[in-house]
Design a protein around this ligand. Structure first.
Ligand code: AGP
Length: 609
């Protein structure tokens, strides 16, 4: 989705804005622009396409100045074009602004402004905001912002330069994130933390309808009524290098390689290194609370939903609680009635996914306890959920979620184990043995990452596949869904996931000579059943690759090739099996020459519906 950056201070703004936009490019965009106060006027430069196009223009026509805003646009209203790119200004040339989000009543506002004689140059909802603000402005930016806020419906994060206040940036947001940063050379804003990391780790997350005024020497905050408010400062301990590609060709590969580290880091937050036991105070339940949990509902989108599907298995197996997992965009429009004793888990890497936020708010309104599994401190979901179980994946830049999924499933596993422990559905011995095995997982993961060459070779033979089917039973069917999503989103190969037993009910009709089928067989108690399904597709011509939990001769004999993960407990097998699956998707995409980190049509953080 779109990205916003801004800086005012004692350094040239353009390089800071361009570096910030480059960092935010992973969110997906189709045009970019900046606006900088050059000492006598606000100069705008924008261009369709890659940031390089904008950089070329700035190379030919530099814009000096120490206060400016920038934007990468992912088109929603109006095609990607020069005219529709941000920044946008008002007809009276009093201000320019950049915007993330969607203004739902923009047509009504546009007509109202047109009746007053206002002429529009673009098709965007953003220009409507600029013209509205221009219409309301009488010399006091805060009053104009307050009044416009009452008229705007939808979501917005705005960074605004007013000509009358040349070294100030005015910001306001509703249902769209914005972070302000306190740097040594001035004040920064960005729609996402990584864009600030080069300059500061001391940040403040703007709340809904709050207004921030950035000046070179500090930042003032106001509530929606214009009264000054104090906002604390959060220190982000993300490593700057984690947001840089380093020597890797792609972020996706770098992030897969980081998985042993982030797995350990996340597990260590919840399991004491000293005692090897779960840290009771890291989970939001007492024994009494745990006994009162009658039902768990898990929601998320995309990969986060797939993590939720695994969570469902964990909570029902370990804590013996009825669990449902739902796609947030469906759940939010369902007529679901929450029951007493229900807990809603919201899974989200970014903490800013619009549908997940809406589903969470539904539960909160119904008085239901909400627990977020989230990667970003200060994000909307992290702020609004009753409790947060953080994942410690660090910044994830590639659009394809890899390390965030892994950390989500380990957190869900540990939460389920804790609930099971408190409810007496898992014994102390079982808990101790699972935790001891978890401690050995990073090393096994590393061995899988190190074996990436085999997967690269396999991908070099199979990348021309047009369809790939992932099959598995139980926990493997949940993992298969993530494997299929990963492959399709980065390599554009049509891929689908099926519970292995479902094939016979229709899908097997698609199997023909050479069709690639990836069979996940990590659940030993289901291996014989899956082996039969593998045989059914093999005899119909499928080329079967199996991923097995240790040595499984009963599976090998039906497959063209087997990749073995180190033998492990069935519940823990996904932590290992996911690595070859992610590497497979990665190398298939690389072989096909796809833009791995920024697949077409996708954005990292889906902050609009
Ligand atoms: C998967 O690779 C995608 N990045 C996507 O499915 C993602 O998981 C989904 O949009 C949810 O994002 P969130 O975790 O930030 O809420």
């Amino acid at each position: 989705m779109c990205g916003i950056v801004g800086f005012t201070g004692n350094k040239e703004a353009t390089p800071i804005l361009m570096e910030g936009l480059e960092t935010l490019a992973y969110r997906g965009y189709d045009s970019a622009g900046i606006a900088v106060w050059d000492g006598s006027d606000i100069i705008m430069k924008k261009e369709k396409g890659q940031l390089k196009n904008l950089a070329d223009i700035l190379g030919r026509e530099p814009v000096p100045g120490t206060c400016g805003i920038g934007h990468t646009r992912w088109a929603t209203h109006g095609e990607p074009s020069f005219i529709n790119s941000h920044p946008h200004g008002d007809a009276k040339k009093q201000l320019v602004l950049v915007h993330n989000g969607i203004i739902e009543n923009y047509m009504r506002l546009k007509e109202m402004l047109q009746e007053k004689g206002c002429r529009f140059v673009s098709d965007t909802d953003t220009e409507v905001v600029a013209q509205l603000l221009g219409d309301l402005y009488r010399g006091d930016p805060i009053t104009a912002i307050k009044r416009s806020m009452r008229m705007l419906e939808g979501s917005f994060a705005l960074a605004i330069l007013f000509r009358d206040f040349p070294d100030r940036i005015y910001c306001v947001c509703k249902d769209s994130p914005m972070v302000v940063g306190f740097g040594k050379d001035g004040s920064h804003i960005a729609s996402d933390i990584p864009a600030l990391l080069s300059y500061t780790r001391d940040v403040t997350f703007m709340g809904d309808k709050q207004i921030a005024v950035l000046s070179p020497v500090g930042i003032a905050f106001y509530d929606e009524f214009g009264s000054p408010i104090d906002k604390g400062c959060t220190h982000i301990d993300w490593d700057l290098d984690a947001a840089k590609k380093g020597s890797y060709e792609h972020f996706m590969m770098k992030e897969i390689c980081e998985e042993p580290i982030v797995f350990r880091k996340t597990a260590e937050q919840y399991v004491s290194a000293r005692t090897g036991r779960l840290k009771a105070d890291c989970f939001p339940w007492t024994e009494e609370d745990a006994a009162g949990v009658k039902r768990i509902r898990i929601i998320g989108c995309g990969t986060a939903y797939h993590a939720g599907l695994l969570g469902k298995k964990y909570f029902s197996e370990l804590a013996k609680i009825p669990v449902e997992a739902d796609i947030a965009s469906e759940f939010r429009y369902s007529d679901y009635r929450f029951e007493e004793g229900e807990v809603l888990f919201i899974i989200s890497q970014s903490g800013e996914t619009a549908d997940s936020i809406a589903a969470m708010r539904m539960a909160k309104q119904a008085g239901i306890r909400t627990v977020a599994v989230c990667n970003v401190i200060g994000s909307t979901i992290a702020r609004e959920a009753d409790e947060v179980l953080f994942t410690y994946a660090g910044p994830e830049i590639a659009v394809a979620a890899t390390k965030s999924y892994l950390t989500q499933i380990i957190v869900l596993f540990l939460a389920a184990l804790r609930l099971g422990q408190l409810r007496g559905t898992v014994s102390e011995e079982q808990t101790a043995s699972l935790l001891a095995e978890i401690a050995s997982v990073p090393e096994k993961m590393q061995a899988l990452v190190d074996a990436h060459g085999d997967i690269q070779y396999y991908a070099s033979r199979e990348f021309s596949s047009r369809h790939v089917f992932f099959i598995g039973r139980g926990i493997d069917s949940a993992l298969a869904m993530e494997a299929a999503l990963k492959l399709k989103e980065v390599s554009y190969i049509h891929s689908e996931a099926y519970a292995a037993g479902e094939l016979k009910h229709g899908t097997i009709a698609l199997i023909e000579e050479g069709t690639l089928v990836v069979a996940l067989v990590t659940q030993k108690h289901l291996a014989a059943k899956t082996a039969s399904n593998i045989e059914e597709v093999r005899v119909r011509g499928a080329n079967v690759l199996a991923i097995t939990n240790g040595v499984m001769p009963e599976v090998d004999s039906h497959c063209a090739l087997t990749w073995r993960i180190p033998e492990s407990n069935e519940l823990l097998a996904p932590f290992l099996a996911v690595i070859p699956l992610q590497l497979f998707a990665y190398y298939m995409a690389v072989q096909k020459g796809c833009p791995v980190d920024k697949p077409r049509n996708l954005a990292k953080s889906v902050t609009v519906e």
